[in-house]
Design a protein around this ligand. Structure first.
Ligand SMILES: [Mn+2]
Length: 337
């Protein structure tokens, strides 16, 4: 129902806009990139002047995605006053654009479209195509194009299939519905390059990265009472292996969620002097990790969520890992999850 109501309105807004701005979320993943690049490709084919912004540089292994080289990561090259429409892709809240305050400041003039599948989405747009039970924002975009009778070429199909594959963790998590499989199959018919996607996304680890993972795995701890497993990536590891926190943690939580008979996993990363990031995964239908993430004002999906903790919040004379794990256990004891 939401598709029939909202997809044509969004199409109308796109047609009436002179200069849309596409935005992918910070620390971009396959879903935000795939969905926004499918739209970018559509704009390009229809000679629609547009820009595409992402505050962080996409990882190199997404370089096979058509038009990815056009993404602007330097905010100085964007002038919001030049745009009359903003399409925000795969962001549960507007702050995930990295420029949320600036966008909200122009909300009276600038039309905002929010296309997303995060359960915690707060409907910040003038038009909101938010479908929490969709496997991915790419799945939503597929239906958006279908309802508006827009044909997909092989480039758009490759982009959309990328987000479906990454957000379902290669068709393994609970988002992998019959609907999602049928859409993937249609994308193949439309020429999506599966070999390119699988090859680029699943064979991208380097030796140093795996050595760091080895260290992180050796620190795994098990909480018997609540049946979860956790580990940490420390600043010292990042320095020793000369990696950024993103490079080190990329794919780690998803890999750990392959552990059998566990309710959920938590990876705590000491990103820098000021921030600790938590990443939570579950494969169990009975567990909702977004409830745990909300303990620290984080968010995401039932199956995959995250949060950030400012180190200056941790005032007690206690190790930061214990502080966070104890807070999680306290919440679980109150059985609020
Ligand atoms: Mn997504």
């Amino acid at each position: 129902m939401i598709y029939r109501q909202t997809a044509p309105k969004i199409m109308n807004a796109i047609q009436n806009a002179n200069h849309p701005l596409l935005i992918s979320h910070e620390k971009p993943d396959g879903d935000t990139l795939g969905a926004s690049l499918a739209l970018a490709h559509y704009f390009h084919k229809n000679n629609k002047p547009h820009k595409h912004f992402c505050i962080d540089t996409p990882p190199d292994y997404f370089n096979y995605l058509p038009k990815i080289e056009k993404i602007i990561t330097d905010y100085k090259q964007i002038n919001l006053a030049d745009h009359d429409l903003v399409i925000i892709i795969d962001c549960g809240n507007i702050q995930r654009t990295g420029i949320g305050q600036d966008l909200l400041g122009q909300k009276d003039r600038l039309k905002i479209i929010n296309i997303d599948h995060h359960q915690t989405n707060d409907h910040y747009g003038h038009l909101n195509l938010v479908v929490p039970n969709a496997s991915s924002t790419c799945e939503i975009l597929y239906k958006f194009f279908a309802i508006n009778k827009i044909e997909l070429d092989k480039y758009m199909a490759t982009s959309l299939l990328t987000g479906i594959i990454t957000d379902t963790m290669n068709f393994t998590n609970a988002g992998t519905t019959q609907d999602c499989m049928e859409i993937a199959s249609k994308l193949l018919t439309n020429g999506a390059r599966t070999n390119q996607i699988i090859g680029s996304l699943n064979q991208n680890k380097n030796l140093l990265g795996l050595k760091l993972w080895g260290k992180v795995f050796s620190r795994l701890e098990y909480n018997q009472e609540f049946n979860f497993v956790y580990t940490v990536i420390a600043q010292a590891d990042l320095i020793e292996y000369q990696m950024t926190a993103d490079e080190a943690s990329d794919g780690l939580s998803n890999f750990l969620s392959t552990l059998e008979d566990i309710d959920f996993i938590a990876v705590l990363t000491e990103r820098d002097q000021d921030t600790i990031k938590g990443s939570l995964r579950t494969t169990k239908d009975s567990v909702d990790v977004s409830q745990i993430a909300s303990l620290f004002n984080g968010g995401g999906h039932k199956k995959a969520s995250g949060f950030k903790v400012a180190r200056n919040m941790i005032t007690e004379e206690i190790d930061w890992k214990n502080y966070i794990i104890n807070a999680i256990i306290t919440k679980l004891k109150k059985s609020e999850v």
